[in-house]
Design a protein around this ligand. Sequence first.
Ligand code: ZN
Length: 150
Amino acid sequence: MALDELYREVILDHYRNPRNRKPLESSDAHADGHNPLCGDEISLDLHFDGDVVGEVSIIGRGCSISQSSASMMSEAVKGKTRTEIEELTSRFKAMMDIDSEGDAGLDPDRPGAVLGDLEALQGVRKFPVRIKCANLAWTTLDEALSHHPG
Ligand code: ZN
């Protein structure tokens, strides 16, 4: 299977079967994200277990890129500390940055550099207008964390 095709499958799988799409009983950090260019919306809640994100809720609607990115993000942040999440976020944004070399997020020599399913979104860089769709979940994640003390 061609890599592009594999990536498309991963994106469609998360779009059709979004992970963590259920409200949380208790939320420690919340943020809403909106991408007016495309009409994408997401509502994000995080529940912390001590220092790590224990549960994540993503409710949203919009295009396949925005919703699959949100679904993958929700899986990726679970069990991670704030510091680890910030590292993951900067790596993801580096991968999506069309002005960079492009592989910063994928450098196997950097510790923890593997983004897993999220790497499927790197093809989006070919469509600059959709980058905002892919980044929406991560911008919203930043905002939610900024509301959470510690
Ligand atoms: Zn979109």
